[in-house]
Ligand binder design. Structure first.
Ligand code: SAH
Ligand code: SF4
Ligand code: F3S
Length: 459
């Protein structure tokens, strides 16, 4: 019997990337092998995202391509849709795309073996979009992780905020957190395997609560030997309190890029969006962060939505001025996209598409100006960087990230750059791109830790 093969395509957020690692692990345990060719996959899964309408459209256009592949193979191929499009659309997917055999909701990953087994047994199409509030309690040895430096760990899933534009609470369910001992055990295991960086995942990662809060969990993880950095996505501004900031200040392994998704700079729109702060309260948070992290390099980033229903032009300009007031190192901005079943659908006063695109362009151009200046301000300074990519023979053979998550391409005339893989180094910043820095290696050797004092390691 020939070995069966699988292929998983992933869209969306880090949680989806990690769910793909979980599904890959499950399929490997079933005896499947990964393939990178569409044509010889026996099981082909699309792990999907529905955050905006475009994301969902991409899935159905991809399914159109896969239909032809399946026809060429006389139907001898299992096509599955997993992730948020699966959770949101359920069995309707079979109507719209009859070539699909399997619809696997976001909380049904553990059912994958049985469902695939039934498909092999010709028991007809398989659908599971049931809620399993324990799906976040996943055996930690199963995920098949891609790199050997950075590992993702789910610490909580779901969202109870119901921002009026957002589909995530419907696709990921209610908030639930993993016991902190589980998380620490997984981190210890990964550190023992040689991973240097862990990325904690959750739709509201800093709402984490399981007998201890997020700040306490971070302190527990700081104590895990072997780790260089602890990152986390995606946080909500309401849960960035003084205690979390003081933890960042005290624990040098915790990343210092503060993602503080504002969504809008106008308090009336924020209220309509169901965010739990006004512009003023948001700014207070920014001041608190600056005060507590005084003297520690950190970056501030945000997400924005332009053209939310009823957003007047002057209200949009409040978002533009917020960029100046805060001085973000990077933003991720989107034109509002209506999502079925969300609270904002009831607003009839939509902003025309062309206007949304115009506002998006203004916002992005404005940010680029701010960013040029902020990135320019880093030139000439030194920073520690954890190397996660090595490209022998290239002018910038080392690539890595600073503690505050800025990507740095490093010029280094060293014989064998491979020895830097997974190691921290000190660099002098020599130039900038739009989102990345260029730097030169200080000294010929790695340093002890990403958080080692910079002055002591230069020279
Ligand atoms: N839990 C995260 C959000 C993840 S979605 C948080 O609260 O920050 C990532 C981003 O997509 C959001 O921050 C928002 O800016 C954007 N987004 C979500 N729904 C959207 C919609 N309907 N239209 C446009 N952008 C949207
Ligand atoms: Fe969506 Fe708001 Fe929850 Fe973030 S906090 S996932 S934007 S509902
Ligand atoms: Fe997309 Fe679902 Fe993540 S909608 S952003 S894949 S939680």
């Amino acid at each position: 019997m020939t070995e069966k093969r699988y292929f998983i395509e992933t869209w969306g957020c880090q949680m989806n990337e990690h769910d793909t690692e979980k599904m890959a692990g499950i399929l490997s345990e079933m005896g499947y092998r990964a393939t990178d060719s569409v044509d010889d996959a026996d099981v082909y899964l699309l792990n999907t995202c529905t955050i905006r309408e475009k994301a969902e459209e991409k899935v159905f256009s991809r399914l159109g391509v896969l239909k032809k592949v399946k026809e060429k193979r006389n139907g001898d191929m299992i096509i599955g849709v997993a992730g948020c499009v699966a959770q949101q659309n359920g069995g309707d997917i079979f109507q719209r795309a009859p070539q699909v055999d399997l619809v696997l909701g976001t909380q049904a990953l553990k059912q994958l073996p049985e469902m695939v087994g039934r498909l092999h047994g010709h028991q007809g199409r398989q659908l599971n979009v049931e809620k399993d509030p324990d799906n976040h309690l996943f055996p930690s040895h199963v995920p098949k992780r891609g790199t050997s430096i950075r590992a993702r760990i789910t610490i909580m899933e779901g969202c109870d905020n119901y921002c009026t534009y957002c589909i995530v609470p419907f696709t990921r369910g209610r908030e639930r957190s993993r016991p902190w001992q589980d998380v620490v055990n997984e981190a210890q295991r990964l550190a023992g395997m040689g991973f240097k960086e862990i990325e904690l995942l959750g739709q509201n990662v800093n709402s984490y609560y399981s007998t201890v809060n997020f700040a306490r969990l971070l302190r527990e993880l700081q104590a895990v030997p072997g780790l260089e950095t602890i990152r986390y996505v995606s946080p909500h501004p309401k849960d960035f309190d003084r205690e979390v900031m003081e933890t960042l200040r005290d624990c040098p392994k915790i990343a210092t890029n503060i993602h503080l998704p504002a969504q809008s700079g106008n308090s009336r729109i924020l209220k309509r969006m169901g965010r739990e702060y006004t512009r003023e309260l948001y700014m207070e948070k920014v001041y608190m962060i600056r005060e507590v992290l005084d003297g520690i390099p950190f970056s501030l980033t945000s997400d924005f939505i332009v053209g939310f229903p009823g957003e007047k032009e002057h209200e949009f300009w409040d978002t533009v001025t917020l960029l100046d007031e805060v001085g973000y190192d990077r933003i991720f901005s989107f034109a509002y996209s209506e999502r079925p079943g969300t609270g904002a659908v009831k607003h009839a006063d939509s902003v025309p598409q062309a206007e949304k695109m115009y506002r998006l362009k203004i916002l992005q151009q404005h940010q680029l100006e701010i960013q040029k200046e902020r990135m320019g301000g880093r030139v000439g300074k030194t920073a520690n960087v954890l190397i996660d990519t090595v490209k022998p023979g290239e002018e910038f053979p080392l690539v890595g990230r600073t503690r505050d998550n800025i990507l740095v391409h490093i010029k280094a005339e060293v014989g064998s750059p491979e020895r830097f893989y997974g190691r921290p180094v000190t660099v002098t910043v020599t130039g900038t791109g739009l989102h990345t820095l260029r730097g030169e290696l200080c000294g010929q050797d790695p340093i002890e830790h990403l958080w080692s004092p910079i002055a002591a390691s230069v020279g």
